[in-house]
Design a protein around this ligand. Structure first.
Ligand code: CP
Length: 354
């Protein structure tokens, strides 16, 4: 164990409220590591910027303007786990704002294979770039990266967590809440709605991050529908209890709770986190799949979401239903991630004033 390992271990043991301070600069969001960092004001600001970006980018003159906003900055995308949406939406978000990007998508082509430590690799990325976006199978690697750069180096570039193990995916939660807010714009927004999350809730980082964000919306109720083995973990449930967010657990079948939901958020079984080959297959998850035959029992204004990739938990025939929101959700990711980057670099006022 190195001296940095020992120091990080002490940091890891701090309560989240303490840790979050390390991810701020001058009282503002600097690193985006945990959903718990986001309050309602920050979310609303990011969504206003998102809407403004979309409007401005509709014209060529607007797109050219946006590309000047961060043309003096460079971003590093370090994706040590497979990704299509998060990688591409972040890369394109950077380009919308004029940032240059470099990437490592496979640690086997980085000098880590020559024995370089993760910490040294990270410091190397920060030597060349002004923002680091990380996806990693280790659940604390984004956290460690932000901590390392902020407390142990003189080049604290912002770090964004693009998915950490089975723990958190905060920028997915940002785009999910944006999608929910937009979808319920004419129904009073997300406040007072029932959100049904279904699938692998235990290892699904998207549903974990989304659950944490619900503290910002009055009257939200959550239904967790999954077989017992894939149910939401205790840490998230006790967070909900501390914040008086009501939740119920459905262990038998999705169909029973569908009529209660304003949003149905489906997820895939995350078998990449199996402890041994075939572990997930030992559980029958077939009663937690959304089928065409279920559509009649959904509320007319309900929406269907999925962070994707999907397997068979949403029948492709459902794509034609106007309540299916997952393709829009993907696209919302690019705009809301561009807004987050503009917010972190504190250049959003230029965008709002354009
Ligand atoms: N939703 C999501 O994180 O997708 P990718 O794994 O394709 O990035």
């Amino acid at each position: 164990m190195t001296i940095l390992d020992e120091r990080f271990r002490k940091f890891e043991m701090l309560p989240n409220e303490e840790k979050i301070k390390c991810f701020e600069l001058n009282g503002r969001l600097f690193d985006m590591i945990l959903s718990q960092q986001l309050n309602r004001q920050v979310l609303d600001d990011i969504y206003k910027i998102t809407n403004r970006l979309r409007t401005i980018a509709k014209s060529k003159a607007g797109s050219v303007f946006l590309q000047t906003v961060l043309c003096h900055k460079r971003a590093m995308l370090y994706f040590a786990q497979p990704s299509s949406r998060t990688f591409l939406s972040f890369e394109n978000a950077c380009h919308i704002l004029g940032m240059k990007t470099s990437e490592i998508r496979d640690p086997s082509v980085s000098s880590e294979v020559k024995g370089e430590s993760y910490d040294d690799s990270l410091r190397t990325f920060s030597s060349y770039t002004d923002l680091i976006i990380i996806r990693h199978k280790g659940q604390n690697m984004a956290e460690r990266s932000a901590w390392l750069l902020n407390t142990c180096t003189n080049r604290p570039v912002p770090v964004i967590n693009g998915g950490s193990g089975s723990d958190q995916h905060p920028t997915q939660a940002i785009l999910d809440v944006y999608t929910l807010q937009r979808s319920f714009e004419d129904q009073g927004g997300l406040e007072g709605k029932t959100i049904l999350m279904c699938g692998d809730l235990k290892r699904g980082r998207t549903v974990r991050s989304l659950s944490y964000l619900m503290k910002n919306f009055e009257g939200v109720r959550i239904i967790y529908a999954a077989p017992k083995i894939f149910q939401m973990r205790e840490d998230v449930c006790s967070f909900l209890e501390r914040h008086n967010i009501p939740y119920v657990v459905e262990l038998e079948e999705l169909e029973k709770v569908l009529p209660e939901a304003d949003a149905i958020y489906m997820t895939r079984i995350q078998d990449e986190h199996d402890e041994y080959a075939g572990e997930s297959k030992k559980t029958d998850s077939s009663r937690f799949m959304l089928k065409v035959s279920h559509l009649a029992s959904l509320r007319p204004n309900a929406i269907i979401m999925h962070p994707f990739p999907r397997r068979d938990e949403i029948d492709v025939a459902i794509d034609a239903d106007p309540r299916a929101m997952y393709w829009r959700q993907e696209r919302n990711g690019m705009w809301s991630r561009a807004a987050l980057i503009a917010y972190i670099f504190n250049v959003h006022q230029q965008i709002m004033d354009y």
